[in-house]
Design a protein around this ligand. Structure first.
Ligand code: IDP
Length: 139
C-alpha cells in the first residue's frame, strides 16, 4: 500500500449501535477517499491473528472475543499524510482521554469497545490492509 493510505475498521460496538453511517460521513468530510470497504465478521481465531502483536497483554483474550462479537466494516483510505491524520481524527485509545470532536470521543463506549481502528504506521497500514483486502481491491 502506498504511503498515503491507511487501514481502518468500524468496530462491532459502533456497527451495532447504528453509527456506521455517521462515522463514514466524518471520514469523508475529513478528506479521505474510500479505496475499499466491506462488511464482514471475524472469527475469534482471525481476530487473534490480527491482534497477535498484543498477545502478551492482559486484555488480549477479551479483545479477540469482542472484535469477533459482531460485524465490522474494514476500509482502506487514501489521503496525504493518511496514517497520522486519521489517528488525529479518531482520537486517543481511551475515549475518556480522546479530544473533543474525535470519532472515539463521540462514539466509543469504552477503552476496549472504542468504535474504530486506525493503523499506527505506514508499514502496519499495508500489512493490515492486505489482511482484509486482496490486491485487486487495493487499486
Ligand atoms: P489503538 O487502537 O488506539 O492503536 P492499541 O494500544 O493498539 O490502541 O490497542 C488495540 C486495541 O486494543 C484498542 O483499540 C482497544 O480496542 C483495545 N485495548 C487497548 N488497551 C486496552 C485496555 O487497557 N483494556 C481493554 N482493551 C484495550
Amino acid at each position: 500500500m502506498a504511503n498515503n493510505r491507511t487501514y481502518t475498521m468500524i468496530k462491532p460496538d459502533a456497527v451495532s449501535a447504528g453509527n456506521s453511517g455517521a462515522i463514514i460521513k466524518m471520514i469523508e468530510e475529513a478528506g479521505f477517499r474510500i479505496v475499499s470497504m466491506k462488511m464482514t465478521q471475524m472469527t475469534k481465531e482471525i481476530a487473534g491473528k490480527f491482534y497477535e502483536v498484543h498477545k502478551e497483554r492482559p486484555f488480549y483474550g477479551e479483545l479477540c472475543d469482542y472484535m469477533s462479537s459482531g460485524p465490522i466494516i474494514p476500509m482502506i483510505l487514501e489521503k496525504d499524510n493518511a496514517v497520522e491524520d486519521f489517528r488525529k481524527l479518531i482520537g486517543a485509545t481511551n475515549p475518556a482521554e480522546a479530544a473533543e470532536g474525535t470519532i472515539r470521543k463521540l462514539f466509543a463506549k469504552s477503552i476496549e469497545a472504542n468504535a474504530i481502528h486506525g493503523s499506527d504506521s505506514d508499514e502496519n497500514a499495508a500489512i493490515e490492509g492486505a489482511f482484509f483486502f486482496s490486491a485487486v481491491d487495493q487499486y
